[in-house]
Design a binder for this molecule. Structure first.
Ligand SMILES: Nc1ncnc2c1ncn2[C@@H]1O[C@H](COP(=O)(O)OP(=O)(O)OP(=O)(O)O)[C@@H](O)[C@H]1O
Length: 241
């Protein structure tokens, strides 16, 4: 099966020092893959580089088997990559309805489709998004991204500051999209256990390199190694699977 997203040898950074180095991974259609790692490991930078928002110094990103032009965020979006950033990027002064409209969900039919997946948003349609709870805001951010019908969805720190019940609800929505629509999801998470429950496979980043990877079952069996890699006590490359 052709990967929905294939990342090969991706390197990037902000100043002279690289922040991510030679990152390679792939996500199949319908798969949820977690990118794990502690603070500063390079998870957000990886997503930003895939989206073309941080300049890649080396490497390639392919969507559905076709290489996307590096450094062109619009080309990446057009190729079918959606991105829900950590800060959610909502218009705080606009209503939920208008936030959805800005993302293209203007017609009643579009709105129905969004609300079918995110019914919790219906009673909030006329509320300013800045007044929503964290969980509601995250739901709106996901709804906006999903409305664009991406083939690949990059979701950064979805669980940050949210109650476990809400995280589970959001994970369930992503799983449904993966199963029913073949959406490929990259979930960046600091919350190790949530990610391992949600994802089919995971990659662990340590200081900008992938040091461990495997399916959920493989990683569950290698729990001690995973925790060590996650906490950063496994040196880069030593535990690469
Ligand atoms: N805009 C920036 N300018 C300079 N350095 C940055 C910038 N953004 C991130 N960094 C640095 O790059 C490194 C990786 O950061 P990144 O945000 O990708 O990590 P992360 O794994 O997503 O961690 P977190 O969970 O804390 O966001 C860190 O050392 C960080 O300080």
């Amino acid at each position: 099966m052709t990967a929905a997203l294939a990342v090969t040898g991706l390197s990037a950074g902000y100043g002279s020092a690289p922040v991510i180095r030679g990152i390679s991974f792939e996500v199949l259609p319908g798969e949820i893959v977690a990118l794990l790692g502690r603070n500063g490991a390079g998870k957000t930078t990886t997503l930003l580089t895939i989206s073309g928002l941080v300049r890649a110094r080396a490497g390639e990103v392919s969507v559905g088997g076709k290489a996307v032009a590096a450094h062109h965020p619009r080309a990446v979006t057009r190729a079918g990559v959606g991105h829900v950033p950590e800060e959610r990027a909502l218009f705080a002064n606009l209503s939920v309805r208008d936030n959805l409209a800005v993302a293209g969900a203007r017609r009643a039919r579009d709105l129905r489709r969004v609300l079918e997946l995110f019914p919790e948003l219906e009673r909030l349609l006329d509320r300013r998004s800045g007044l929503l709870s964290g969980g509601e805001q995250q739901m709106l951010a996901l709804a906006r991204a999903v409305h664009q019908r991406p083939k690949v969805l990059l979701v950064d720190e979805m669980s940050l500051g949210l109650a476990p019940k809400i995280c589970q609800r959001l994970v369930d929505i992503l799983r449904r999209l993966a199963t029913e629509q073949g959406l490929a999801v990259v979930l960046v998470e600091q919350h190790l256990f949530l990610a391992l429950e949600a994802a089919d496979r995971a990659y662990v980043l340590h200081r900008g390199e992938i040091t461990l990877s495997g399916t959920r079952a493989e990683l569950a069996e290698r729990r001690a190694e995973l925790e060590a890699a996650y906490l950063g006590s496994v040196t880069a490359g030593a535990a690469a699977a």
